[in-house]
Write a protein that binds this ligand. Structure first.
Ligand code: G6P
Length: 366
């Protein structure tokens, strides 16, 4: 084990730091935006697709939630995202022209496999898996596939599987955008180049580890934490809260910041740390208004921003700045910072980071 861990203390830390490599490997062999990235039959299948349904559990579900923002904004294709365990038991309206996309690191999650069978039983036979294990049941049971190349993920809390899923989902978005006439040749070049630059951009987020450890020292003594984001950074906030609760056992909740007034603001006092994901995007001013509501209640803010985010640090407003603004791809960077926050908070608390209590890496029973 020690050999496999190299310089790292835990698999989770190793896997967080492997993300530049994992994403580069996942993108290897992608020369341009073409449906065949998803299999030889993908073009004929994708031509019949007018809407997308994404199914998954846990972190994989949050990858799907992130992708919904891309698919609708960039490709203009309607997208629903459902928790597999809910979808399989609810009476829903099937659509024959819907592509069912199942996301799973392991490809063995019982609820995801059953949700896929449920979709098929409703007559939806255009199916695609985004999965890290080529030999899994999920890949076996779907028509089209994208195999992420994260490599074996051992830490129970998913990290590199998530960011490689996002890379695959972004490619899928670009394929649909191109097929629907929404991607000019120049856009294709620019967007693919930004995607290829993600590994280097993540490297510079990893370099923020010492600063993030400073936040973690404070978080370790907290009982609760609130994570806020808006737009595509709301799923990032959800994933950040999930990571923190899973491995540090601190109660963490995520909210779309605009919902603050509809409930969570009641929880805010001087002992509640509030994490915000605050890149300089078109929602930043809205988010800052929400942050002011937190400050007015004595809440302490821990802000992940970028160089262009006009946010002034103060006594109760701590800011870590990511080096680049990454536009549509920024979830892949901010989530890495939140993974590190959860990891180091758990380290300070002395929990079993790679094997958190009560949780399993792959939930193969219902
Ligand atoms: C478990 C793991 C999570 C994972 C989820 C879905 O809860 O602890 O890290 O996100 O299962 O797993 P999957 O293999 O389907 O992505």
């Amino acid at each position: 084990n020690d050999v496999a861990l190299g310089p790292y203390r835990h698999y989770m830390q190793k896997e967080i730091f492997e993300q530049p490599r994992a994403i580069a490997d996942t993108l290897e062999g992608v020369a341009g935006i073409t449906p065949s990235i998803f299999g030889a039959d993908a073009e004929s299948v994708f031509r019949k697709v007018n809407r997308i349904l994404i199914l998954g559990c846990g972190t994989s579900f949050y990858a799907g939630l992130t992708a919904k923002y891309w698919l609708e904004a960039i490709a203009g294709i309607p997208c629903d995202v459902e928790i597999a365990s809910e979808y399989r038991y609810r009476v829903s309206v099937p659509h024959e022209d819907q592509l069912v996309v199942c996301i799973s690191q392991s490809g063995e999650t019982s609820d995801t496999l059953s949700a896929l069978e449920h979709a098929k039983s409703l007559g939806m036979h255009m199916t695609l898996a985004i999965c890290n294990v080529a030999t899994s049941a999920l890949v076996h049971n779907t028509k089209l596939h994208y195999i992420t190349r994260a490599g074996a993920e051992i830490g129970v809390a998913s990290t590199k599987a998530f960011t490689t899923q996002l890379a695959a989902l972004y490619l899928m978005t670009l394929v649909f955008a191109k097929m629907r006439g929404r991607l000019t040749p120049e856009d294709e070049v620019t967007r693919l180049a930004s995607l290829r630059h993600v590994p280097a951009a993540i490297q510079s987020v990893l370099a923020l580890e010492p600063q993030i450890m400073g936040f973690a020292d404070i978080f370790a003594s907290k009982q609760n934490a609130l994570f806020l984001g808006r737009g595509i950074h709301y799923p990032v906030a959800l994933e950040g809260a999930l990571k923190l609760k899973e491995i540090s056992y601190i109660h963490a909740e995520a909210y779309p910041a605009g919902e603050l007034k509809h409930g969570p603001l009641a929880l805010v006092d001087s002992s509640m740390p509030v994490v915000t994901v605050a890149p300089n995007d078109r929602l930043l001013e809205k988010l800052k208004a929400n942050m002011a509501e937190v400050s007015a209640r004595g809440g302490e803010l821990y802000v992940f921003a970028d160089a262009g985010s006009s946010i002034d640090p103060s006594d109760r407003m701590h800011v870590i700045r990511l080096p680049e603004n990454y536009g549509d791809l920024s979830p892949l960077l901010y989530v890495v910072a939140l993974q590190l926050l959860a990891y180091h908070t758990a380290i300070v608390r002395g929990t079993d980071v790679d094997k958190p209590r009560n949780l399993a890496k792959s939930v193969t029973v219902e």
